[in-house]
Design a protein around this ligand. Structure first.
Ligand SMILES: [Zn+2]
Length: 356
């Protein structure tokens, strides 16, 4: 489709999200974003405007209509292959980027005054805050709590469900340590050299990023804090990865302590028990290369013979022990097992009552 540049355009920012440009440009042609997509790109108006990001031809058309720099548009696109999404030069694991989700910093949009626009980096779900100002990013409406999406919205700052202008919401700021961690992770995502342990630096980026989400989950296991690995825990995991393998070893020791007391003298039986339980957690890392590194470390930390996992293959079935109420790991401790056993014995050995 041949396009003609519009007489009036909007100012494009180098790091602006594509959905933001589409939504801001549409009114200049007296169209809603949905109509703009339908008439100029032949697309379903019910789909999010971010959809055109995966279509190079559509982006070229958008650049012509809005007199935009097409290179900047290309930088803001993404490509999803399987569970991995390539965005801003990084291959991100599942859950790190969702094309339909619109993530915003209300205070910054407010400070943009009459030219509010959405930044690309906010769309990376692992970054909890804007790394320059420290303002927390929201992905739910501050009023009705519905998820903010790019669909059916007439501007970049309102909720599509209740229409609430997010710029009126109170800006919240990340604590200093969260901001520092977010900046660390952003530097890594931008390609700055991070002093990572060599073992982890050898991983592909999406594998490494899966691993850092997992590390936070694993370290929290002894306290049953996290239900599953999540990109929301990535900034903490990045710090833990820098402390590899100490962060991992400490948790394995803690789990051992749960079973049998002192990790230095604990019984081989309990080491195998911890290994079996940890296998369940390891299965959730989402990267085979990372899983191999973790398994090798687990075996060496538990002082099990090398190749222990292969010898056990087919014998150990990783089974998650979930507490039925809270759907979290429940680590049966030896004292509990003893209590169960003794009450069983008591029942078994109880003499018949006099009434029988
Ligand atoms: Zn709302």
């Amino acid at each position: 489709m041949s396009q003609v540049p519009w007489r009036r355009s909007v100012k494009q920012h180098p790091d602006e999200a594509i959905g933001s440009l589409v939504i801001r440009l549409a009114p200049e042609g007296l169209l809603t974003p949905g109509e703009f997509l339908k008439y100029h790109f032949g697309r379903d108006e019910r789909r999010p405007p971010t959809d055109i990001a995966s279509d190079r031809e559509a982006l070229e058309d958008l650049a012509v209509i809005g007199s935009f720099n097409v290179e900047w548009l290309y930088q803001a696109t993404w490509k999803t292959l399987g569970t991995v999404t390539e965005f801003l030069g990084r291959r991100l694991p599942q859950g790190w980027f969702k094309p339909e989700v619109r993530r915003l910093a209300p205070g910054i949009l407010c400070a943009d005054s009459d030219d509010p626009w959405v930044r690309n980096e906010w769309q990376i779900r692992a970054l909890p805050c804007d790394c320059d100002t420290g303002e927390m990013i929201i992905e739910r409406c501050a009023k009705c709590r519905e998820g903010l999406t790019w669909i059916r919205t007439q501007n970049v700052y309102s909720c599509a469900i209740c229409g609430y202008d997010q710029r009126a919401a109170k800006a919240r700021y990340a604590p200093a340590d969260v901001l520092a961690r977010s900046r660390d992770l952003r530097a890594y995502l931008r390609g700055d050299t991070a002093d990572l342990p060599a073992e982890l630096a050898s991983l592909e980026d999406y594998e490494f990023l899966s691993l850092i989400c997992w590390l936070t989950y694993f370290v929290a296991l002894p306290d049953c804090v996290l239900v599953r690995p999540s990109p929301h825990e990535a900034v903490t995991g990045f710090r833990l990865a820098k402390q590899w393998p100490n962060s991992f070893d400490k948790t394995v020791d803690e789990l051992l302590t749960r079973y049998g007391g002192n990790p230095d003298v604990v019984d081989h039986f309990w080491r195998v028990q911890v290994f079996e339980e940890a296998l369940v957690a390891l299965g959730r890392v989402g990267s085979q290369a990372a899983q191999r590194i973790l398994e090798a470390r687990l075996i060496s930390r538990l002082r099990l013979p090398a190749g222990f996992n292969e010898s056990k293959l087919g014998f150990i079935e990783p089974v998650a022990r979930f507490d039925s109420r809270c759907q979290r790991f429940k680590w049966a401790s030896p004292s509990e097992i003893d209590a169960m056993r003794s009450s069983h014995d008591r029942t078994r050995l109880r003499p018949p009552s006099s009434s029988e």
